[in-house]
Design a protein around this ligand. Sequence first.
Ligand code: GLU
Length: 279
Amino acid sequence: MTFTTRFAPSPTGPLHLGHAYSALLAYDMAQVRSGRFLLRIEDTDSSRARAHWEVQIYDDLGWLGLSWETPVLRQSQHLQTYNDALMQLAARGLIYPCSCKRRDIRAALAAPQEGVVQSGPYPGTCRARAMSSRQPGDALRLDMGRALKALSTLPAFTEQGPAHGGHHMLDPARIHTDIGDAVLGRKEINTVSYVMAAVIDDARQNITHVVRGQDLFQTTFLQILLQALLDLPTPVYHHHTLIRDAAGKRLAKRDDAQAIAKYRADGTSPKGIRKLTGL
Ligand code: GLU
């Protein structure tokens, strides 16, 4: 199979040095293997995605010297596909509606309810609710206990990144405590969470290698679980080290000081950016 990787930014802010590293690393890996490099715009969060950030992404990546196949997949145009997959899981009884607000969750975690098995960071308050009781504004959660029971074998993935290289099998106890009943459908009707949309697109774009930051390593366990439930292939993962600022702090999108646009305005060259990322 042709080595195929992607860079999948969310257009919710400027690309910074960390994004440049991710994109360049994925691009270089595809180049040396005569593979394919795709760009995917993860804009399902309509409250935060902005057209001008998307334009800036194309502009910055082009300036860095990257090229990608067109047309670019923009997730906002495929909401129905993601929602259909979510409904497939719902039809198997693996999804339930949840009206808990952050503060309800905090309160319930502080005073666990009798008879409700807590699954990780979510206390399970709404777990007994039927899909038919979904109200506008409810999120949709995965029933982690049922999802694990629905698997015939434990999913696994190969990691090629520097920190966790090797073979990793999903650990049911850990996924309960670390992730629990994850939100897969957001409160806006027909909008799925990023983890779900990414899994579906990685499969239909035939992604063989996912190259992304180490901050998403734990998310991979939820994603391989979703792949197993939806009968989708699991790519190889390469979680790279994170670019930190001078003080050693992880870069966030709001650290506009590290925005590629800022470096460009200050006269840094694309080569200079490669150097700054350690490539
Ligand atoms: N859209 C995600 C982000 O910007 C990318 C995650 C991924 O590469 O799977 O963080």
